[in-house]
Write a new protein. Structure first.
Length: 221
């Protein structure tokens, strides 16, 4: 009569290793799918914020200043004193939007200082520039840029990447603006790279804003 001896320790170890590989292979795509969903959700929120900025401009004939901190209230000083030439916190309370991206990091907001007091036909073009990771222009910069406001998420790593890190010495992972604002006119937008560039930007061109103002009967002023 044959006696079953069961599995040896070596055989059990091999089985456990195989199971581990199978489980790991299942979790990796799931993690990638979750991250892609967060990217989509963040892009959707950023578009909502851009719409809110246009609505704010229609009601107030100007764009809001960045908030001094993440309490969401724009700086009451106009023109924008503290973040006159740098990005700051999104004034999410004034806009009635979310302050966080899908990873729980705050949104940053940069406004060209020509548009924080009024929107008039005499306003000059902005100096704000958008480029890709290889420094190729994504906006017209032949004379002046048409970009007047930028909102961005620091993505999965919570750290501003490339030219979006205007302080040059960023620490932490919650996308907070530097405590001492610096002059930053060039921002980077590109494809997502795992463990690399993962910021997500949207920007408001003056042409699109004027079209909205015209539709609302607010342009010319």
């Amino acid at each position: 009569m044959k006696i079953s001896q069961g599995f040896t320790l070596v055989e059990m170890s091999i089985v456990l290793i195989i199971i581990g590989f199978l489980i790991g292979g299942m979790f990796a795509p799931l993690s990638m799918q979750m991250n892609q969903q967060k990217i989509r959700d963040t892009k959707k929120t950023l578009e909502t914020i851009k719409e809110a900025l246009m609505g704010y401009a229609i009601l107030n004939n100007r764009l809001p200043c960045p908030a001094l901190d993440n309490n969401g209230n724009e700086s009451t000083a106009t023109p924008c004193a503290t973040y006159d030439k740098s990005d700051g916190y999104l004034p999410w309370v004034d806009l009635g939007v979310s302050q966080y991206d899908a990873w729980g990091n705050i949104f940053r907001y940069r406004l060209d200082n020509s548009y924080d007091t009024s929107l008039t036909s005499s306003d000059t073009s902005s100096e704000l520039k958008i480029r890709d990771i290889n420094s190729n222009h994504l906006t017209n910069e032949i004379v002046n840029s048409n970009v007047i406001a930028i909102i961005f998420s620091c993505g999965k790593n919570g750290i501003p990447d490339a030219t979006n890190n205007d302080s040059g010495n960023y620490s932490g992972a919650n996308c907070s603006p530097p405590s001492a604002p610096t002059d930053n006119n060039t921002y980077t937008q590109d494809f997502y790279v795992e463990n690399g560039f993962d910021d997500i930007l949207v920007w408001l061109p003056k042409t699109i804003l004027i079209n909205q103002l015209v539709s609302a009967g607010k342009w010319p002023p």
